[in-house]
Design a protein around this ligand. Structure first.
Ligand SMILES: C[S@@+](CC[C@H](N)C(=O)[O-])C[C@H]1O[C@@H](n2cnc3c(N)ncnc32)[C@H](O)[C@@H]1O
Length: 234
């Protein structure tokens, strides 16, 4: 039950263009935030099989993807044009003040040592650099989304059954042959941790499917699964 063991299933599930929430919800606003800041040196933290790096490759001069899974990195290197580095967010193999921007695209919930990881993000960002985050919402992770947390209503819309929201805890997420541990933390945890590190919030969004075209997409917009935050280092 880890990312290395789930790598093949993950690569298969993402395909070339990424899964539904990436393609239809997150990619456009995440790319817009990167382009608005125009970083020359960008770290993709928990880059997986490198799909977001591939989307950024033509626009970022120095692009680094980091991930602990050698199987995911092998796929990323095979397809991508970034430099891919094996490592963990808790102990980044980079000098201080190395990056203009660090991106965590749905990886904070996968990182066990979150406080060490946030220390490291702040350390490797230059002063004024940005930390761009896409994460699952806390009520989505507290709903144990790959288990019994959603109640599907007759019209296809969903109710979220939230449990233990205020209490950080782990959830085993299993879908499409992938089985990994996710760390649920309430939103106040992330906000407090980043404020305590001198970061300033510059942008916040709970993105939805833009122009939903079918009942699944309309139902998806019943509540946001994801949030985007962008923080500026002092
Ligand atoms: C849900 S995947 C997201 C991958 C990619 N960012 C994307 O959006 O497709 C989470 C990633 O976090 C990575 N990860 C897990 N623990 C990590 C850690 N301690 N430090 C950095 N990355 C980690 C996993 O190997 C996995 O590739």
């Amino acid at each position: 039950m880890d990312w290395e063991g789930s790598a093949n299933a993950w690569i298969e599930a993402q395909g070339v263009h990424g899964d539904f929430s990436r393609r239809r919800v997150l990619d456009a606003p995440m790319l817009a935030r990167v382009h608005a800041f125009s970083p020359q040196r960008l770290l993709d933290l928990g880059c997986g099989e490198g799909r977001f790096c591939r989307l950024l490759a033509k626009d970022v001069e120095t692009l680094v993807g980091l991930d602990p899974s050698s199987a995911l990195l092998a796929k990323a290197s095979e397809l991508g044009e970034a430099r891919f580095v094996r490592g963990r967010a808790e102990d980044l193999p980079f000098e201080s003040n190395t990056f203009d921007m660090v991106v965590s695209y749905l990886s904070l919930l996968d990182i066990e040592g979150i406080e060490a990881a946030l220390d490291e993000v702040v350390r490797v960002l230059r002063p004024g650099g940005h930390f761009l985050i896409a994460n699952l919402t806390g009520f989505a992770t507290a709903a144990d989304i790959k288990g019994g947390g959603w109640r599907i209503l007759p019209d296809g819309s969903r109710e979220i059954v939230v449990r233990r929201y205020l209490e950080p805890h782990t959830v085993v997420a299993e879908w499409k042959g992938i089985a990994v541990t996710n760390w649920h933390r309430p939103l106040s945890f992330y906000i407090t941790q980043l404020l305590e590190r001198g970061m300033a919030l510059k942008f916040f969004d709970e993105p939805a499917v833009q122009h939903p075209t079918d009942p699944k997409e309309v139902a998806y917009n019943n509540a946001p699964y994801q949030l985007i935050m962008e923080w500026r280092a002092r």
